[in-house]
Design a protein. Structure first.
Length: 228
């Protein structure tokens, strides 16, 4: 957890440790990055406005080497920061002042999904079988995605959204349906969050193919995966 507010670091780390988590805290992005370079955590909770290196810069550095889940802590009025953070690859955000119980639930939600994707012991179901849709290949058990043979690195949230769309090519998924895929029932996010994840997902797919257009927006309805 990275935040320049020592009171938040202390109180939240006590709560998380009581819930069974091992927590390391840092007061600025630079100190956190130096520690992450030695040992990468299972996930990170980052404040945005910090000295030495802010949360946006830290996230950008992290996304060059890891797809681990990241939650942003944002101030009440920082809607621009929320959108930018999601587009840069954050999985979720929580607004300050926040309920510590809410933060714990969001951390657990992301880690459950990360574990389900990463483990090779998951039962073989429709959701864990290798998906081949034209130029797209997804292997849920290995958390791997390729487009026309080019590997694309996705966060856990981006992977789940693409998987949900690709499982039913030609069928429309509403934003509410995609929220259910990416988040637990007790976690509410607004439409803008899903839209930002989809924009980030498209941007990543276009690193493998400038002409990628398989994800279609149906304005006011949702999104659809169109197989070649």
């Amino acid at each position: 957890m990275v935040d320049d507010d020592r009171n938040i670091l202390t109180s939240v780390s006590i709560t998380l440790e009581a819930e069974g988590f091992e927590v390391e805290t840092f007061n600025d992005g630079q100190s956190a990055l130096e520690a992450f370079n030695k040992r990468m955590p299972d996930m990170a909770v980052l404040d945005i406005k910090m000295p030495r290196m802010d949360g946006m810069d830290l996230l950008q550095r992290l996304r060059q080497k890891t797809s681990m889940p990241v939650i942003f802590l944002t101030s009440k009025d920082d809607e621009i920061d929320e959108v930018l953070g999601l587009r840069m690859g954050a999985d979720d955000y929580v607004k300050k002042p926040f309920s510590q119980r809410l933060l714990v639930e969001r951390i657990r939600s992301l880690l459950r999904r990360q574990e389900a994707i990463a483990t090779n012991e998951v039962a073989v179901t429709e959701e864990t079988k290798v998906i081949v849709r034209g130029s797209l290949t997804m292997d849920p058990l290995r958390h791997s995605v390729s487009w026309r043979g080019n590997e694309v690195t996705l966060t856990v949230t981006e992977f789940l959204l693409l998987q949900a769309l690709a499982l039913r090519p030609g069928f429309v998924k509403s934003r509410d349906q995609l929220m259910d895929v990416a988040y637990d029932d007790q976690v509410y996010v607004d439409d803008r969050t899903i839209d930002s994840h989809i924009k980030r997902l498209r941007k990543k797919m276009r690193t493998a193919d400038d002409d990628f257009s398989a994800i279609e927006t149906l304005y006011g309805i949702g999104y659809r995966y169109n197989e070649e």
